[in-house]
Design a protein around this ligand. Sequence first.
Ligand code: GLY
Length: 598
Amino acid sequence: MTRMTRGAARSMAILVAALALVLVANRTAGAPLGGPQQSVVAESGMVSTSNHYATLVGLEILQSGGAAIDAMVAVQLALTVTEPYASGIGGGCFIMLHDAATGSIVALDGREEAPAAYHGAVFLDDNGDVIPFDERSTGGMPVGVPGTLAAMARALDEYGTMTLSDLAAPAVRLARDGFVLDRGFSQQIAANKERLARFPHSVALYLTSDGEAKASGSTFHNPDLADTLELIAAEGVDAFYNGAIAQDIVGAVRMAPHNPGVMTAADVARYRAVYREPVRSGYRGYEVVGMNMPTSGGASLAMMLNLLEGVDLPSMTWGSLAATRRIADAQNIVFADRNAYMGDADFVDVPLERLLSKDYARTRRGLMLPLNAVPPPVAPGDLGLTPSNGSAEGGHTTHFCVVDSQRNVVSVTTTIERYFGSAMTVPGRGFLLNNELTDFETHALNDDGTFAANGPSGGVRARRTALGDDAETQGGKRPRSSMAPTIVLRDGRPVLAVGSPGGSTIIGTTLNVILNVLDFGMDVQEAVNAPRVIARNGAVDLESRLFADAALVAGLRAKGFVVRDAGSVGAAQAVGIADDGSLRGAADPRKNGLALGH
Ligand code: GLY
């Protein structure tokens, strides 16, 4: 073998160094994803949504002097028009607000609610078999009493500066004058064509005269929705919960040509958006604040961070085997408890204090093995309660964030459950109803006959975990969610608002973005773009761009992980607030999001 010349050796060293740099760069930022690579930077305010019309509406409100809460309401009403398949006034939401005036964080639960006459066998056929998802999610029975409008109006009442009428105006304009349907919208109509075809008012809105999906590039009008929003703007949300709109919702549900439901006018009138105690957890000097039950999102995220606080992620390389296996382990461990114990805490005892304690995290961290994956199935912790069998919420949903010049921050995850929800448009009203009640498990009881934490249930109860006067009110059970709108603080100052759609992958997606910013030091947009590691119930789903790393996949498999190619997961929107007070807006290219600031 000839000895290398000094020049050749130097060239080789440069080549090796360059290759190492490329590898580190790929590890740091992930393989490129189309769309923005860096955050949008602004000084005054920022809006990030998954739909450009809604982002423009939010920005218009901020620029006219509105507060973040004002922009939130306008964005949600616009999304009801321009992204109706993902969220709207026929669905539910969770709102996290950092109120700059008091420095407090407010968590408002606008989750849909089961009618009083709902019962534990709604998802079972006459033989006791579970009705397939496509069937049980379509029509009247899966529709929960909508909560989005109640939550938006309550937040506006208490924290807003503008009128509902002013904030509805841009959405009315979009619905009446029309907007251009994009490719994603048209593709989703096509994917749900058969379900939509069962309901004449959905056919009229979303399909052409020959029964095809309305085409991308066509102008979409929704005059019924424009009238509905004008009525709400004029008469307030009472028109929705007690007036003519409530009657039309109940009529649509009970008279549904498929799967008629049991909702009554009393169920709709009883609905309240309620304040909940936010879930707070410390993580490496930050405070991560999320939503409480009935979503599992905030508590699960806090538990994952509690586990990962004992792992020195900041000294590890993003995308390395060492970091990835621990991020996966933490998610798998927490999902066991989430499935077993979380549900509507007004109906079931959720052992939240224990689950969130650092002591409990230390115990559960003991499941992590030095060499191998935590072997599935991970058993839930023994908390003296019967664990439920557990199932994963489906769902598409959407997330948005707004920050205003005063540094009020809103982080909202909002949904009608699967795309197009129940597929039913309320006749004459132009909005879709949700199918959120399929987020309950299919069985009301556990194997031993005890009440399942997230089982479907009828009747009404006191809202015992609601704050203040809300605890005096009564309501039906709310299905467990995974939605995880989050605000991260440092020394009491908000530094990041984030969340995502994606059913039970929401929790992992939100975790990934938070770790990418806090532990791996990424810019917010880079953190959103980076391919995700999602683990639930024993399996590890890597987004395709990460699954392409053969060495990582082989390394994980050698440690006993079940690794799958997850394609693309979630659609996170996030806004960061830098130390100098400037804003960093990020929107997820996976769903054509847009962040804009001023
Ligand atoms: N329907 C999705 C969720 O609430 O998590």
